[in-house]
Write a protein that binds this ligand. Structure first.
Ligand code: SAM
Ligand code: SF4
Ligand code: F3S
Length: 447
């Protein structure tokens, strides 16, 4: 019987992507199959996140919960951003852990497990060998019609509050032909929707592929989108996450030129006060952010926008907070993420004087989330009666008689299938009419 691996993933889509790659590499080298039942696992992997303190601490409580499984020979590995930041300190705190590995060394996990079994000692590898990871990963085993493709890794922006540049290393882009080959391979497996993935995908810069030799300039995200749209079978293109600073005129133009690029953009603004944006080292003003959105909405009036917000950054006054609320009122965001500032060890913002009491930060967060919620609700209601092209993901989670799909703006749509063969519509793009809007989903009927 094949050995089984249980993976618990914390944090962002990059980690979700990396977890899938861990399963692929463990499967191709050691025959592992994924299990959702921790009690039948031979190997337990925690793919961790250290973006906020709570996320970081969660891994140690989870490790305590699986420690007893070591008695039956289960191996335990810790990967991701906490592993990258803490390294050997994880073994000091949890000596029963067998392997500690970073986001850039996940392809070495099978070798680290072997070495651990041979030497009977914990193995630690949190180096940043850059592109090596992608050269050592087997082709993706794709199930659905939607797939993520990592186009760049790391981050060189060094926002003053953020651990990512320290845990994932500096930005580097994957070669253009590698990315296109991966997307072409996915489309032959029935993938119709591609999400180009990275911490700052609009920092993507790669030499032109040999087939385009003669062009001296570097390929950027706009060019990658153009080439992806030309690949047979690809019907929808998304990207995440992009940075307001590198939202170039070429990328804005791509919304006019490329209908396969969805009318939905997740563009983290973080704050609406220039004083705080500067202290965060974001490199743009609120007006510059708004101007980018204005240009995009001139091209795509229906563009749905989502964002990340940090509340209670050191020095945030009531006036600063009101500026953030004003920006939200002006721009109207769809489903977004908002967090109270969490000081992260080793980041410059962790040393800033912070005299705002926690209760005030909490009150601000609640006010901000309430405002965001009213907009999400209004946007949902405005969709009722409209026709939308949706990508069918499969049977609905709540009612297997129904199907679940996603709109371009990333909203979940549930609908009954009627006389059609259910198996024939999974993975299809269909037109539906939205009939009802709920807080987290829409109801629709097939057109
Ligand atoms: N690269 C993206 C960008 O620049 O916006 C975001 C990546 S970050 C991993 C995801 C989100 O976590 C950020 O957009 C930010 O809102 C939040 N975040 C990062 N560090 C944080 C901190 N120290 N405290 C609270 N939230 C934080
Ligand atoms: Fe963190 Fe800033 Fe990089 Fe985003 S751009 S990952 S917030 S340092
Ligand atoms: Fe967390 Fe690392 Fe992603 S800190 S948000 S898992 S890049």
């Amino acid at each position: 019987m094949n050995p089984k691996v249980f993976i618990k993933t914390f944090g962002c889509q990059m980690n979700e992507y990396d977890s899938d790659k861990m399963v692929d590499v463990l499967h191709s080298t050691q025959g592992y199959e994924k299990t959702l039942n921790v009690d039948e696992a031979d190997l337990i992997v925690f793919n961790t996140c250290s973006v906020r303190e709570k996320a970081q601490e969660k891994v140690f409580s989870d490790l305590g919960r699986v420690k007893h499984l070591k008695k039956k020979g289960v191996k335990i590995a810790v990967g991701g951003c906490v592993a990258s930041q803490e390294g050997g300190a994880i073994i000091d705190r949890a000596p029963f852990v067998d392997v500690v590995f970073g986001p850039q060394t996940l392809h070495r996990l099978p070798a680290l497990l072997d070495e651990g079994a041979r030497t009977k000692r914990p193995q630690i590898d949190i180096t940043f060998p850059e592109i090596e990871k992608f050269d050592h990963l087997p082709p993706a085993r794709q199930e659905g019609a939607s797939a993520f493709v990592s186009i760049m890794e790391g981050c060189s922006k060094y926002c003053s509050y953020c651990v990512v540049p320290y845990t994932r290393g500096e930005e580097f882009s994957r070669p253009l032909d590698d990315v296109l080959t991966e997307i072409a391979g996915l489309s032959t497996q029935g993938v119709k929707e591609i999400t180009l993935l990275g911490q700052n995908v609009n920092a993507y810069r790669a030499p032109m592929a040999p087939m385009m030799a003669g062009r001296s300039e570097m390929a950027d995200l706009a060019f990658l989108i153009e080439l992806t749209a030309q690949l047979p079978g690809i019907e929808r293109i998304r990207f995440t996450t992009s940075h307001p600073n590198e939202f170039t005129p070429r990328l804005i133009e791509a919304y006019g030129k490329e209908p396969k690029l969805v009318s939905h953009l997740h563009l983290p603004v973080q704050h609406g006060s220039d004083k705080i944006l500067m202290a965060m080292k974001r490199g743009y003003t609120a007006l510059e952010y708004k101007s980018t959105i204005k240009k995009l909405r001139a091209i795509r009036p229906d563009l749905s926008l989502s964002s990340d917000f940090i509340v209670g950054f050191p020095g945030e006054s009531e006036d600063d907070f009101n500026k953030m609320m004003g920006l939200i009122e002006d721009l109207y965001f769809d489903a977004s993420f908002s967090f109270i500032f969490s000081p992260r060890p080793g980041t410059p913002a962790a040393n800033l004087h912070d005299d705002t009491p926690h209760e005030i930060k909490l009150r601000r967060l609640q006010a901000l989330q309430a405002l965001l919620d009213t907009h999400v609700k209004a946007i949902g209601e405005s969709l009722v009666g409209q026709h939308r092209r949706v990508l069918v993901e499969g049977p609905s989670k709540k009612d297997p008689q129904e199907f679940m799909a996603r709109t371009e703006c990333n909203r979940v749509v549930n609908f009954a299938v009627g006389p059609r063969d259910p198996a024939s519509i999974t993975g299809q793009m269909l037109e539906v009419k939205i009939t009802q809007a709920f807080a987290h989903s829409l109801r629709a009927e097939l057109v």
